[in-house]
Write a new protein. Structure first.
Length: 102
């Protein structure tokens, strides 16, 4: 199991655009339902900071999220939308309740 968090901050005036890209990713996820993947995105109170949390069942580097056309479109322009570029960190679970359960 692999879990990761990505954090970034978009430029003023680009948050709605960023959310639209994210919503397209979720639309495609709901249509295609890739197995072994849990994914959530949150916007912080400042309205320009975003956090993505992903959990993949596969132990290898196969990432079903990266295969989605909507996700490819989202990441293609994310750095241009950002004031603070994406920073990815590996998450090591200590405990959870009801998170990423199917």
């Amino acid at each position: 199991m692999k879990r990761m968090m990505v954090r970034y901050k978009v430029k003023a005036g680009r948050a709605i655009e960023n959310e639209e890209y994210i919503l397209r990713v979720f639309e495609q996820l709901h249509r295609e339902k890739p197995s072994g993947l849990s994914y959530a995105t949150f916007k912080l109170e400042d309205e320009v900071s975003f956090i993505h949390i992903v959990s993949q069942e596969a132990a290898d580097d196969h990432n079903p999220l990266a295969e989605l056309s909507a996700f490819k479109t989202f990441v293609a322009g994310v750095r241009d939308r950002c004031d603070e570029p994406p920073v990815a960190v590996q998450l090591i679970e200590i405990g959870s309740y009801g998170v990423f359960e199917r």
